[in-house]
Design a protein. Sequence first.
Length: 151
Amino acid sequence: MKSNLQRKQLDKKLSAYKAAQTVNMPINGWVKAIRTTIGMSLEQLGNKLNVSKQNIRNIEEREQDGNITIKSLRDVANAMDMDLVYALVPKDENLEALIARKAEKLAKEIVMRTTQTMALEDQENGKERLLEAIEERKQEIIHNLPKMLWD
């Protein structure tokens, strides 16, 4: 049950970032948007980082293209007296919901494979029993978190 406790603790931490999913990056990237909004020139930011203004322009272009490193963003943030906030946030409501969705999909695949084999042998189950079997397998997958859940 250690992993269940870990998921709940991490879900609690990640919930603070959930609202950030709805924030879109400015069209020219955060670095340029913030730099220009606070009135900092390319040269001033470059001086703080001991690089040329062309290097700052390259940093802004790399951010806009999605090719910037976390280290570069952290360095720029520090130079502008800001913090870099970084997180991976589930597309689902939380980690529990992500795991449940993946577990249900896998459970359906497993149960349906078995059902097809049983149908060929004239041992087919009814719809209600199929739903029960899927739910049982789903709970087993959630409990055990097999590696194949992420294949």
